[in-house]
Design a binder for this molecule. Structure first.
Ligand SMILES: [Mn+2]
Length: 323
């Protein structure tokens, strides 16, 4: 697919992470608009996986086209948005050239040549891209502002997650004005209602819908997140989910697997835990497990800002010294 257009130069494909969420697809889309506004017409937004329900709902709401699917980025020049972790990159990245990064996560990158890196510790990549577009307001159409606002709301859980910064709030405020979306909480509720699609899914799909793997030293873990408006309903099938998690781990054994059942209204998380050293997990979260796989964590909503850093800080406990 690499193209060399003599008029606009070699194409750079803007791509979010595997299992794309709203932020990954919207940021790629909006970053293309920003680049084109700078005269860089060789930037093209793509996605490397199926859009989730909130993403589809947003693009439909604003009557916009979701970027096209590219399953393998071998031999392409790519700009990574919303991630750098190798396990989250699109298939074929080993044979691609990462020329740019636009992200809000910690950087994991080894490049042969210097790339253009833009990372800000915001709650969403969409905040970063939104900021760039807001500097030239004339270019920011209401529907693009709405799309970016949706991504910020999704990644920051309506500006309530601990990942939320003052900049997220300010950018969201400006975007809401431009988009004409007056009632942010109603917009957020509509968006989050699309997340509650888990009741149509099988346990395996629930686990893999928003699934990320991480390497912490020698320990490999996975953390799935299921965001709901009511995790008590999900709790009823938690045992089925846990059994499926065990099955997944038999097929592909890693050290620990977690599933976060977060409740956006109650502001808490039921964490399903599978791993080599359950005592370590209890010690790390300072709570005992129910039915030897569930931990209730009040006030926990964020994988990136709460669960993952807690595990990284306690990596010494995780690394199975008693193997
Ligand atoms: Mn994001």
């Amino acid at each position: 697919m690499p193209q060399n257009n003599i008029l606009i130069g070699e194409t750079i494909y803007i791509v979010g992470h595997k299992n794309p969420d709203v932020d990954s697809i919207v940021s790629a889309y909006a970053y293309q608009i920003y680049r084109h506004s700078q005269g860089d017409f060789n930037y093209i937004a793509i996605r490397c996986g199926k859009p989730n329900s909130p993403t589809k709902w947003l693009f439909e709401k604003f009557n916009l086209q979701i970027p096209p699917l590219v399953e393998d980025v071998s031999n392409m020049k790519i700009a990574l948005v919303d991630h750098t972790e190798p396990s989250l990159r699109p298939n074929g990245w080993e044979k691609a050239k990462i020329v740019e990064v636009v992200d809000h996560h910690k950087l994991t990158l080894e490049t042969a040549e210097p790339s253009k890196i833009t990372i800000r510790p915001y709650g969403a990549t969409a905040t970063l891209v939104g900021q760039k577009l807001l500097r030239q307001k004339s270019l920011l159409k209401p529907e693009i502002a709405g799309l970016l606002l949706g991504a910020i709301i999704d990644d920051t859980l309506a500006l309530r997650s601990p990942v939320t910064t003052q900049t997220d709030k300010e950018v969201a405020g400006e975007l809401s004005t431009i988009s004409g979306i007056g009632d942010i909480s109603e917009f957020a509720r509509d968006l989050f209602n699309k997340k509650d699609s888990w009741n149509k899914l099988k346990p395996r799909e629930i686990i893999l819908q928003d699934y990320k793997e991480y390497q912490i030293g020698k320990v490999t873990i996975s953390i799935s997140q299921v965001e709901t408006m009511d995790n008590q309903k999900l709790l009823k099938i938690s045992e089925d989910i846990f059994m499926e998690l065990k099955k997944i781990n038999l097929e592909n054994p890693i050290n620990y697997r977690f599933v976060m059942l977060t409740d956006l209204l109650r502001n808490d998380c039921i964490l399903l835990c599978l791993g080599e050293n359950p005592q370590a997990i209890e010690a790390i979260f300072n709570r005992s497990m129910e039915d030897s796989y569930k931990i209730h964590l009040p006030g926990v909503l964020s994988r990136k800002k709460q669960i993952l850093p807690t595990l990284i800080e306690n990596a010494n406990l995780l690394s199975v010294s008693n193997l």
